[in-house]
Design a protein around this ligand. Sequence first.
Ligand code: GDP
Ligand code: MG
Length: 163
Amino acid sequence: MSFLIAIVGRPNVGKSRLFNRLSKAGDAIVHDSEGVTRDRQYADGEWYDKRYTVIDTGGFVPEAQAGMLAQMRIQAQVAMDEADVIIFMVDSRAGVVPADREITAMLRQSTKPVFCAVNKIDSPHQPEQYMGEFYRLGMELFPISAEHGHGISGLMDTISALI
Ligand code: GDP
Ligand code: MG
């Protein structure tokens, strides 16, 4: 069984973008036979000599079928049940929102390691200055830009050390 990394977070924080980066194919979108585009949920990837499977939990529940908090509870439950490591993603530009606190409370009950990726820190210079209020979540923080790739190596070096 491959080492499972789950990405959890509310809509639009950048989960699928990170999933793309961490998956070997680099393409989270699959086109099925009807020509419908949907999010892929699992992909294999490797970081140097370490192999893993990454899960984009955001793809599990169609947004129309559940409110955001319900979706996030399901994501967190899937991650806590299935994953070996959880990446909890937040948006540096939005700051800490109530849904982030709710998911933090759930993840705190997990026995799995949880790393908080503070995304959309696109400037590689002094990334820490954008992370202030996220320290209150009480998790280990990693400033990243899923879009531009900054900070991914720090996050993945830490995670791959557990594989
Ligand atoms: P998801 O809903 O959590 O899967 O988020 P997506 O990966 O679909 O990204 C949501 C939006 O945020 C998209 O418009 C992305 O282009 C944008 N985004 C994702 N990562 C970054 C980032 O590192 N920097 C910036 N500026 N935008 C990002
Ligand atoms: Mg997504």
